[in-house]
Ligand binder design. Structure first.
Ligand code: ZN
Length: 60
């Protein structure tokens, strides 16, 4: 039995949130991002690809 709550505030329904760098929309933490949440900057693969494209175009 290891049901210790994590340190800090433990509020029900409190989910981490970020704003997508590409579309600007807020998106919430997902389980699949648990390990990479710090690196997640876009709400979806589509936005990540879009951003790449735009950056490339601007650079050229
Ligand atoms: Zn987005």
């Amino acid at each position: 039995m290891n049901g210790k709550p994590t340190k800090g505030t433990h509020r029900k329904g409190h989910l981490l949130q970020k704003n997508c760098l590409q579309c600007g929309l807020p998106f919430t933490w997902r389980k699949k991002w648990a390990r990479v949440w710090d690196e997640v900057k876009y709400c979806s693969d589509r936005c990540r690809n879009e951003h790449k494209k735009t950056t490339k175009e601007n650079k050229a």
